[in-house]
Design a protein around this ligand. Sequence first.
Ligand code: ADP
Ligand code: MG
Length: 498
Amino acid sequence: MILLYQESRYSRINVSTIYDKYEAVIGLEIHAQLQTKSKAYSSDKNEYGSAPNTNVSVVSLGHPGTLPMMNKESIRFAVKMGVACGSDITQDMIFARKNYFYADLPKGYQITQDKTPICTGGSVLIKDANENDKIINITRIHLEEDAGKSIHDLDPYNTLIDLNRAGVPLIEIVSEPELKNSQEAYNYLTEVRKLVRYLDICDGNMEEGSMRCDANVSVMLKGSTVFGERTEVKNMNSIRNVQKAIDYEIKRQIEVIEAGGEIKMETMNFDAVTGTTSSMRSKEEAHDYRYFPEPDLQPLQVTQEYVDKVKEQMPPLPKELFDKYTQELSLSAYDAGVLTETKEIALYFEEVIKHTKHYKAASNWVTVNIKSHLNDKAIEIEDFNVPATKIAEVISLIDEGIISNSVASQKVFPLLIDQLDKTAKQIAEENNWIQDSNEDAIAGFVKQAIAKYPEKVAEYKAGKKGLMGLFMGEVMKLSQGKADPKAASKALAKELNN
Ligand code: ADP
Ligand code: MG
């Protein structure tokens, strides 16, 4: 029976039908490191990339007699996330000790929250695999501290330990088991990462481990209401790998069940090189953490007043901006999606539309011209030095017929980047790019264009209206790109239809 599993892995036979009998259930636990200046319970620096074991005081090391002290900023960050997800913020909470022994946890316990997480409920809006809206409910968000980092691949004989990470504040965001496939998991993670970045509470960098995800995966026969046993997959260092790990795990579980086996509650390790999962530890080996209230930290109270203050100071969120762009500015969902992909792009666009009411043009400039410039130069919008006011100026120059769209994007825009001290109008004037809407000049170009192609004129008159493009091209060429296209096409039509 085990053959089935072997064969399908090498795709020798088509067994795809067995997969169609099942549906998957997925719940994610996301750990996000909070980018506070200091650690969760001490004044040690919270900084990625410092020399190993330099951001460690006796508190991080858990020396006897030391006492933790709550970092207020980490509370504020967690509340921000809760508010953004529409969660209930817990008013009275305590912290808990989660006890386990591991070399990168010198204290022998982690200070976390057990029965009283700081946020409960709330949701994240995602797209499902068919691009329809879907709400994913949040079970809870709790505060805790990170452990140190064990490094297994630098020394051939020893595991090295860097305790800089020990005590770094985290929030853990636990979703309800409502994700149905790896695409939804991918979209959910992307959305959560966008959110923590907009909120400025975590950099969302999965490669560096500042955002991590454990995927709980189970399968059941289609239409069943009883969930199957789940496994928990760890160690994916990108959103794409979370998706791969889930796909592999779903397939593996179905094959085990189809071969007459049983899924046991296990923690699985994902191997990015082979794209496979393997057992790390089973439930029998699971820890009994012996949670108890942390005696060294006082109960914490978050008042409604405090929550209201955090609400007042909330930055714009991607969902709000998306709705504003599609509903108030009448932009397409696609454009709004590109504009809100990162907070920095959205904020730049917000600046542009402070100075122009031509929203569609503003969107095009940001999503097309500016974005392709950023791509070409491999830079971020933060490094783009042209002020938003100048982009708005270019838009109005086009709208007023002073420069043409193509001159603006192909000629003026590159110089705007290189000649930061000049306005768009100055650049256009100095280079003699101001568009000609002088009727006499245009009429002259029209006459020349028509005189150049007598046979084409006859064809046009015989009904080949598509030739208009040829004449327009000639007029633009004769005017060195400066003829106002609207005026030129009007004059051409008039002349040709004569
Ligand atoms: P644990 O500490 O055991 O990991 P948590 O409550 O922290 O438990 O997380 C459980 C996660 O597993 C949640 O994200 C939840 O949605 C998910 N989950 C629970 N049951 C299932 C299931 N049968 N299949 C898939 N995911 C599940
Ligand atoms: Mg878990």
